[in-house]
Design a protein around this ligand. Structure first.
Ligand code: GDP
Ligand code: ZN
Length: 441
């Protein structure tokens, strides 16, 4: 049996233990499993309370179950949902009981969404929006992802694609009707006009789109400076603040390398460059590798210096703020009139941190320049739109040399938009995109 015809299951909620966990199944065996575990097929789309029992009639859990016959389900297939108590033992008993059924297997990351996509429940830009929504940490990221999920980009792309096909039909109609291969000017002129309009429209959407992609990736701030100036102390202070949302890459339990801040809805990652160090732990290595790569392309450097240092600085093209630490030790700091902003803090005591954070919010504000109208949130999407306008431009350029050439470029433009929507694509590209998704999605 092809893996695609098998029934998949996964934990679709967070990691155990939790009060409630949702186990989801999709595929032809969904009904047999839900009926097998509960003793009957529940009414469609109704939350139903049921005692779950394994094949030996041993109770597993008292649960709420939902039965969604396809195609009116999230994936387009038969879907069953079990809302169980979210303990490890409950889940392990559930998984054992489910895996006993024939042709039922654990889902790959993103496999539910992939099935939804393959069954036409959403286009690829919407699938990407769904993934972004799950991973959104801040409110602005959430709103951006929601725009994608609602299909705003997909709708525009579908419209552009239809109009390209219409323009191409005009040109090709001319080719068919002309014996010498010369398309009448009455057909070419309006077609060119349409192509130019499309070209300008897509170009406009591409312009000023940097913010949306940035919003997805976040602003990166690196903390640098000589040893013992208080870099670790500062990042640990930031991690303790309310604005800190995650600190996923701790080098040791004590030292945070990277902390993600939610500054007024903007995602800001602060990295302690000195905390980046060699490690033999493979899990840690991955964190260190990522932190190093991100620090290398930081958008802002906080250069920490001892308050007593007369001079401190950091060259390079990246904007750099001088942050003088340990003001609790030296009462009269030396003045330095520089072109960079300067801050005086005590990382240990917390003095001056509010001012520093307020300035970071201001920087984030300018950096993201609040583009609420952003449609594009991924490099993949931008690349395909650039391809599209490239082909449109070429079709205008080559039309003099022959209408067939122009028609060929228009077909390319339509194909690029088809890729954007996920209509035209080779399997391995889809594999890459869906692998990024969470298991259970
Ligand atoms: P790093 O090497 O730059 O990461 O520096 P650390 O954060 O490890 O700090 C070096 C030492 O300076 C530690 O003993 C800290 O407790 C101390 N330290 C850090 N910030 C302050 C501060 O604001 N005031 C004082 N008095 N000591 C500090
Ligand atoms: Zn340190």
């Amino acid at each position: 049996m092809h893996p695609r015809d098998q029934t998949i299951f996964a934990l679709s909620s967070g990691r155990p233990p939790s009060a409630i966990a949702i186990v989801r199944l999709s595929g032809p065996m969904a009904e047999s499993v839900i009926a097998g575990l509960t003793g009957k097929t529940p009414a469609p789309r109704m939350a139903t309370r049921a005692l779950l029992q394994d094949s030996n009639h041993q109770p597993i859990d008292d649960a709420v179950v939902l039965w969604f016959p396809g195609p009116a389900s999230a994936t387009g297939e038969d879907v069953a949902e079990f809302h169980v108590h979210g303990g490890r033992a409950v889940l392990s008993a559930m998984f054992d009981a489910i895996a006993k059924f024939e042709n039922v297997r654990p889902a790959e990351p993103g496999e539910f969404t992939r099935r939804a996509f393959e069954n036409g429940k959403l286009d690829l830009t919407e699938a990407e929006g769904l993934d972004d929504l799950i991973h959104a940490d801040t409110d602005r990221q959430r709103r951006q992802a929601l725009r994608q999920l609602k299909g705003l980009l997909g709708d525009r792309a579908r419209d552009w694609r239809e109009r390209i096909i219409a323009a191409s039909a005009l040109i090709e109609a001319g080719i068919d009707f002309s014996d010498e291969g010369d398309v009448p000017a009455e057909l070419i002129a309006p077609a060119l006009e349409r192509i130019r309009a499309l070209h300008d429209e897509i170009k406009q959407v591409l312009a000023g789109q940097g913010q949306s992609e940035r919003l997805r990736d976040g602003l990166v701030v690196a903390i640098a400076g000589p040893p013992n100036v208080g870099k670790s102390t500062l990042i640990n202070q930031l991690a303790k603040r309310e604005v800190a949302i995650v600190s996923p890459h701790a080098g040791t339990t004590r030292d945070v390398i990277e902390v993600q801040l939610d500054l007024d809805g903007y995602p800001v990652t602060v990295i302690d460059t000195a905390g980046i160090r060699e490690t033999s732990d493979p899990v840690e290595q991955e964190g260190v590798r990522r932190a190093r790569a991100r620090a290398a392309e930081a958008d802002l450097v906080l250069w920490l210096a001892d308050n007593g240092d007369a001079k401190a600085g950091h060259g390079g093209p990246t904007p750099t703020w001088l942050v003088r630490n340990k003001i609790d030790l030296v009462r009269t700091p030396p003045g330095e009139g520089g072109r960079h902003p300067e801050f005086r803090i005590s990382a240990a005591r917390g003095d001056g941190l509010s001012e520093l954070i307020a300035a970071l919010v201001g920087f984030a504000h300018d950096y993201f320049a609040t583009s609420e109208s952003g449609l594009i949130s991924r490099t993949r999407q931008r690349g395909l739109l650039e391809e599209t306008i490239g082909s449109l431009q070429r079709s205008i350029d080559v039309v003099e040399q022959g209408e067939e050439l122009a028609a060929e470029e228009l077909r390319r433009a339509a194909t690029s938009l088809g890729r954007l929507l996920g209509r035209v694509d080779v399997e391995d590209i889809l594999d890459v995109i869906f692998r990024e998704f969470c298991v259970g999605k």
